[in-house]
Design a protein around this ligand. Structure first.
Ligand code: FES
Ligand code: FES
Length: 157
């Protein structure tokens, strides 16, 4: 039996019906074609599936879609506006902070939550914030630099 859920998805009010055992990740990817959040481990270990729930990063592979009822969900697709990328997305590109890109949506959305809460983090705070997001390619230094570039740019304004 399906359950009706009402939630905000990338700033739009959505009503949807889901089976009670489906994860938010599967519903985002399969029902809404929002394929930025990735399934890596499916166990809450890698952060590839990270989305924001009421502004906080969560592993959408561990969340049931019914738990999104009444909540505000932001995925990587909701960060850009039309063809205009968010500063973090631009900085990741400019700093070469991605290789295969599998971890990137989760990294960017986690960084977004950090900068929303703490616009001028230290490098250690950035490292701590992304500690739940695994990257097999970059060695993390360029990712940290990309996030710090945005934080420092904002502090210079
Ligand atoms: S796929 Fe969700 S944490 Fe790895
Ligand atoms: S860029 Fe490949 S896993 Fe991070």
């Amino acid at each position: 039996m399906k359950h009706k859920i009402d939630f905000i998805l990338n700033n739009e009010k959505i009503t949807h019906e889901v089976e009670p055992n489906r994860t938010l990740l599967s519903v985002l990817r399969e029902d809404f074609d929002l394929t930025g959040a990735k399934e890596g481990c499916g166990l809450g270990e890698c952060g590839a599936c990270t989305v924001l729930l009421n502004g906080k990063p969560v592993n959408s592979c561990l969340l049931l879609a019914v738990e999104a009822d009444g909540q505000d969900i932001l995925t990587i697709e909701g960060l850009s506006s039309g063809d205009t990328l968010d500063d973090l997305q631009i900085s990741f590109i400019e700093n070469g902070a991605l290789q295969c890109g599998y971890c990137t949506p989760g990294m960017v959305i986690t960084a977004k939550a950090l900068l929303d809460e703490n616009p001028h983090p230290t490098e250690d705070e950035v490292k701590h914030a992304i500690s739940g997001n695994l990257c097999r390619c970059t060695g993390y230094q360029k990712i940290v630099k990309a996030i710090m570039t945005v934080a420092e740019k904002d502090s210079a304004q």
